[in-house]
Design a protein. Structure first.
Length: 147
């Protein structure tokens, strides 16, 4: 079977991984995580492409690109998770599987992080496993796509 195409999107401030609050988000750079994710995906038959932006509209455009160019999407929307109805609507609009990811356990942190407004449009959410959250999401995506 041909490899499925997955877009991995990271939102605001995730470009600063390794520098940003390492006690919460870990010591690895986003580039390192993405390189390892790419190899892991190959073993699962999933071809990953990576996108990061600090801008809501660019994230929405990337989600729209999933409609025609990808089979699924893994999304860490950063703080937009908690209030972006525009990202919620974009996920609903594409009708392709999106898995929500967080490095930290958003439910064990400040109250404003307990709500994910995008969760209802996602097939599922993985939070709290550090960088492993991305790998767990990719593994789950394989099952979602292969039924
Ligand atoms: C995050 C959690 C969000 O609350 C935060 O704003 C982030 C990162 C995570 O991966 O744990 O930027 O999405």
């Amino acid at each position: 079977m041909a490899d499925k195409k997955i877009l991995v999107i990271n939102g605001p401030n995730l470009n600063l991984l390794s520098v940003r609050e390492p006690g919460i988000y870990g010591n690895q750079t986003l580039e390192t995580i993405n390189q390892n994710l790419e190899s892991y995906g190959k073993g699962l038959g999933l071809r990953c492409t990576f996108f990061q932006s600090n801008c809501e509209g660019e994230i929405i455009d990337a989600i729209h690109s999933v409609l025609r160019e990808y089979d699924g999407c893994i999304l860490n929307a950063g703080a937009y998770t908690h209030y972006s109805y525009a990202i919620l609507d974009a996920i609903k609009a594409i009708g392709k599987p999106v898995i929500e990811v967080h490095l930290s356990n958003i439910h064990a942190r400040e109250e404003f992080r307990h709500t994910s407004v995008i969760a209802p449009a996602c097939v599922g959410s993985i939070a709290g496993f550090g960088k492993n959250s991305y790998f767990l999401a990719l593994s789950a995506m394989k099952d979602v796509l292969n039924g």
